[in-house]
Design a protein around this ligand. Sequence first.
Ligand SMILES: NC(=O)c1ccc[n+]([C@@H]2O[C@H](COP(=O)([O-])OP(=O)(O)OC[C@H]3O[C@@H](n4cnc5c(N)ncnc54)[C@H](OP(=O)(O)O)[C@@H]3O)[C@@H](O)[C@H]2O)c1
Length: 342
Amino acid sequence: MTSIATKNGQFRLKSRPSERVSADNFEYSSESLKDLAEGEVLVRVVYLSLDPTNRIWMSDVEQYMPPVQIGEVMRGLGVGKVISSKNPRFMEGDFVSGLLGWQEYLVSTGAGAFPLFKLPDVPVPLQAMAGVAGMTGWTAYFGLLELGQPKAGETLVVSAAAGAVGSVVGQIGKIHGLKVVGIAGGEDKCRWLKDDLGFDAVIDRKKPSWKQDLAKATPDGVDINFENVGGEIMEAVYDRMNLHSRFVLCGLIAGYNDADDSKTKLSLSRALMKRIRIQGFIVTDFAERSAEASQKLLQWIAEGKLKHKETIVDGLTNAPEALNMLFDGSNTGKLLIKVSEP
Ligand SMILES: NC(=O)c1ccc[n+]([C@@H]2O[C@H](COP(=O)([O-])OP(=O)(O)OC[C@H]3O[C@@H](n4cnc5c(N)ncnc54)[C@H](OP(=O)(O)O)[C@@H]3O)[C@@H](O)[C@H]2O)c1
């Protein structure tokens, strides 16, 4: 019999950052857990997913969901374990995923923008369910296959390639016979992409020669740009895009700490002359097909075609500082906070 917790450590949003996130933007407190009402479950958070979108949710800017309100528990995706349930859809001991929040426990009916769902019982580590086989993997899967429309032999460039989404995009690209060029920050990440994940070429964005290196790695131009970063990296890749190429606009992390996104310039004339299809998307656009993506991703993991890495930081209280790792580039693969033991 699982002992029932009575206290819940939580981060609430105290102020909106204008640049980097600081611990001062949050209030940490321990609050009493209320008794479950009919239809509710109590979930103990195991892994909290740290995502660039956490930073977007903290700002009062145009976005795909309402920003987190001052005083609200910080919004966050994650995986956790059901501790007790008054909801027939969930049983004690189930592992679940959804918007668990920056807290130790969630009391919820499971409904909402990212409804709580039960994780399948599969032989992959739980941290993979919070990344490569979860929302991160779905983003890579639908972004590349639906928007990118890849054809074998084409050249794909992916930025933030050693990150959570980018590392999956590149590997799905290889599975589909693409020539995959990744852009990442630093020698270790570039080595991992080339030697372990089988990327055809890697560009170290920290080298002064990165633009020339990009040109050398894409002698036939670029057919698909999977854009995770924005700024000058996006501009350099855009300038190499081919006739009828696809520009998959997944994210613009280089600008999330900066309220002024007017610095990035793309020539629409070039999009016209080269008939480039530029399309933004949010993974939730494909929510109804998430089971299809999970099944494929899990199959590729089992076949050894899709590898994954996680950077795991211990302890919920480290979440605010750890979020900045995404902006410093100090994560490889999926960045997670371990809140409790599975
Ligand atoms: N559209 C959607 O539904 C959706 C869903 C999930 C994620 N996303 C987007 O996908 C992108 C990647 O997200 P993720 O979760 O996979 O994060 P991630 O790639 O694991 O981490 C972010 C990486 O971005 C790179 N980076 C950060 N600041 C940069 C800068 N100023 N210039 C160049 N590179 C920088 C760093 O890698 P290096 O130092 O190695 O370059 C860093 O490790 C983000 O833009 C995110 O918003 C979109």
